[in-house]
Structure formats: C-alpha cells, structure tokens
Design a protein around this ligand. Structure first.
Ligand code: CMP
Length: 136
C-alpha cells in the first residue's frame, strides 16, 4: 500500500554533511521525495512533534539538540514507506543499530542519530500536519 511518511534529517546530519548520503539511501531504495525543506525547529514545534516524550528524562537534551541548528524535513512516499524508512534508519541507538542501516553505519549516539521517521500511519498523518500544514 502506498504511504507517506515524515522524515527529519536531524541537525547532526546537516552539521556533518550527511544530508546527501541520507537522501541518497532513501532514493536508491526507490522511495519518492514529495516535499523537502531546510528549517530550524523552534521549541514550540519540538514540544508538539515530541508530545509523547516531553515528560521523559531524555527530553530536555533532545530538545536542545533538535533546536540547535537547521534540519531537513521531508515527506517521503512509496509502497510501505513507513516501515521501509524505519528499516533503513535502524534502531534508535546508533551504538546498537545494525550495520547497513543509516544509524548503524553513521551514528554512535542514542540521541544524535541522524534521522527521524514516523512510526505508524497515525504518527505520519500527525507529523506531516505539523511540518507541512499545507500538505496534511
Ligand atoms: P527519534 O526517532 O527522533 O524519536 C525520539 C528521539 O529521542 C530519538 O529519535 C532519539 O534522538 C532520542 N532518544 C530516544 N531515546 C533516548 C534516550 N534513551 N536517550 C537519549 N535520546 C533518546
């Protein structure tokens, strides 16, 4: 089933010059970039995007990191796009993510893990609405 998912190429990836690498992996898999924008997340958007995490102990440093500089927001589409992008991303913790995945190959951090990808159809709908209000 064709799906849309929200992808963030996080500030660590932008700072490290890995935007092209991440985009390339998505494109080579056969996914389609429907929308793409470079922007810096503000605190309000961070709180909305991470509504499920705002009470967690790791949230303050996560918010600091995610608002620290520009990131790239994307709508990506394709057959089973939500699950496929999560597979390409790998496990949250870059130290434990499998080699061959974006995080497994390129991140050694649980926080600075290069990419965010919606985890369900409901999240994708909610997150696309937050990041691309004209496309939600
Ligand atoms: P993301 O897919 O954007 O969703 C929540 C983010 O919180 C996650 O990627 C990591 O960047 C971060 N995160 C999740 N768990 C932890 C943790 N235990 N410690 C630090 N950061 C975390």
């Amino acid at each position: 089933m064709s799906q849309q998912t929200l992808v963030l190429i996080k500030p660590d990836a932008v700072a490290r010059g890995l935007v092209g690498e991440v985009l390339s992996r998505l494109e080579r898999k056969g996914l389609t970039i429907e929308a793409m924008r470079l922007r810096t997340m503000d605190g309000e958007l961070a709180d909305a995007h991470y509504a499920d995490h705002v009470e967690k102990p790791f949230y303050p440093p996560l918010k600091e990191f995610m608002t620290s500089g520009p990131l790239v927001s994307l709508i990506v589409s394709g057959d089973e796009a939500i699950a496929i992008v999560r597979l390409l991303a790998g496990a949250t913790d870059g130290r434990k993510a499998a080699p061959g995945t974006i995080r497994g190959d390129l991140s050694s951090s649980n926080r600075e893990n290069l990419i965010h990808a919606s985890d369900s159809e409901d999240s994708a709908k909610r997150e696309i609405g937050l990041w691309f209000p004209d496309r939600g």
